[in-house]
Ligand binder design. Sequence first.
Ligand code: A3P
Ligand code: MG
Length: 744
Amino acid sequence: MPLFSASLATRLPLAFWVQSRSNNFTRNYAGNSFFLFFDSKRSLGLTKPINFSLSKCNQTRVCSPMEGQMVVTAPETEEYSKELEVAVRAVQMACLLCQRVQENLITKTNGQVHSKDDNSPVTIADWSVQATVSWVLAESFGSENIAIVAEEDVQALLKANAAGLLEAVVNTVNNCLVEAPQFGFKTPLMSLGTLDVLEAISRCNSTGGPVGRFWVLDPVDGTLGFVRGDQYAIALALIKDGEVVLGVLGCPNYPMRKEWLSYHNRYHRIISKLSPPMSESWERGCVFYARRGSGKAWMQPIHHGEENLLWPNNARQIQVSSIDDPALATFCEPVEKANSSHSFTAGLAHSVGLRNQPLRVYSMVKYAAIGRGHAEVFMKFARAGYKEKIWDHAAGVVIIQEAGGVVTDAGGHPLDFSKGEAAGRVFSSLCSTASQIKMSGYFENGDRDQVLLVAQIAWNIWKSRNNFVFNKTKVNPQHTITSFLHAEMECLKAFELARVQMDNLANQEDLSTWRAPNKGRFKANCDAAIPASELIRSIAAIVLRNWKGKIVDDLAKSVHVGTSIGGELHAIRAACEMLICLGLEEVEVESDSQQAIHLTSLSLATRPDPSGSTQAQPKPSKHKAQNQNQNSHQGSGGGGGNDNGVGGFWGPGGGFNIPGMGSGWGPGVGGGYGAGYGGPYKGYSKGGVVRPSMVCKDKGPCYKKKLTCPAKCFTSYSHSGKNYGSGGGGGGCTMDCQKCLAYC
Ligand SMILES: Nc1ncnc2c1ncn2[C@@H]1O[C@H](COP(=O)(O)O)[C@@H](OP(=O)(O)O)[C@H]1O
Ligand SMILES: [Mg+2]
């Protein structure tokens, strides 16, 4: 039974916090991603917070009306200052429009929410905001100078039965534009007609791309939250040569108090009535914004349109949270399970030590919450096949970055807003077979890239957690990202190598991918997991595949163990038990612990001669189940059986004698294995003799040569009596990798 070590445990020692990979953005796509944000300057568990330094910022400081924060006035000479001001004013106006439509939606009856072709909801607010913002941008910069990528188009409005809808949109736009002067824009000389509105919506037909300048607009992000009277956002960003240079997020329902983010807005509204806000202007709603490279992000209160909006409207600077303990951190995720796997993020959160309940919020308000310091992490894991849209991220990304945070895809790469066409990126090869199995369930349609990626991420997180738990190593996000990228590069290289050299694959020791055993053989991959809280209990998991890679069996069992190596050894033992139960002879056992493999091989190679230590009577194994007959239970070909149907293993022979294994091990491994399962009530028997083999690993004449113990070196026996059964077997041989010989 050769024991291979997929040595990833040692190759990827890891610690980290970030993940997935930007799939390239298409015109509108951002790739399947999940995102973690944390303060890059105050990385978790590492460095001290960096305080805001007034001397560096060259701004006017004013006392904040709330929370002791500073109010500053941004100088207007900076690049994109006009664009920023126009964008913020436009979003402010759009917020007012949305607030009015949302009030109507909540108080009035049905018929106002429509379905798009993909069944996602859309309301008059979506089209009205798109038309209004498009019109304002065209008025401010000249329609010939602007390109806009936006979510909505006019198809639904042009349908024969959509006249009422179109009329409602035109009215909503005009009602909003009447108030344009309060927001610093001119009201159109004449009300916009149907064609004007359709043209404004259609103007947003840019395809984006890697060069040039274009605006990106999500008129109502989180439409589901919007129609439910909850959180939503208006997101406007400016992209230049693939980089987001400006981002503005209008969040009309952003609550004054952090705690209220957790509640649905309806509840928030009730609470607000019970306890009046400290300042009317901050009761609800903020506009967040940032300009790339400024190192600052801002928020200003929603402008209600009663008087003129004075730029920058009491803006105050925001920064990401200074919490550096994962246990105190809060992570955000979409409300809708369909948009991100809650179970997966829960697992990840647990792995990295996030203990708080997730904050589930609709829309890009999650980005706002991170930038505002009301939450620390945002994870989104879209289902396989879904492509993230650039309008769902662009504005949020720059705000987070300028507020001191980091946004990456699940591979730790920056999001890529430059791709004009969908260009799927090859994900890395898998780093852990066991992880692949565990994770594959999270993806309903089994997107292989996703699965591989997630497995790799999970592997890294797991190693990070182990380092933290066992070595007391602090988690350093920056280091984690780097290590993850290195690991990924390594895996990619290994994957490429394996692909190119497919013909020679069987002869190569590629440790990063699962390798099929020779035809007709089986391979069991085993691994152990040790809960930090309970060092005496661990889980051993085994996956058994045939030579075609098909999973034929799996097993997870709880074992008592004192150390991680003990856990790994138990996992190997459990794998052997399983194989014996199945009566498989041509098998390989693979572990990711080189140490466990080494110890097991050592034990195999040094076991004493079994001939003097066994009572075995030479007899061919019988592998017949006996579990129905209560009076003649018999185990054969293995160790002793008991009432529970479990038996002894490892056959007679020398003991393992490995520290950390604790009690409970059989008398030793002699190289031959049989299983006996007997007992008065539940026993059964199944067994066999599995001849050990090994592949010589030392360079020399026998390098990579496989040695298998001769059959004559093994014996097995069985014994039956009233109400019990027992069995045993053993034997072994000496493997000589100098002479390429295995002998008894
Ligand atoms: N199956 C899916 N997986 C991931 N995201 C999805 C999705 N379907 C829609 N979305 C995006 O998720 C956004 C809502 O974000 P959240 O789930 O965080 O509230 C939607 O924005 P719109 O509401 O603007 O269409 C849409 O772009
Ligand atoms: Mg959206």
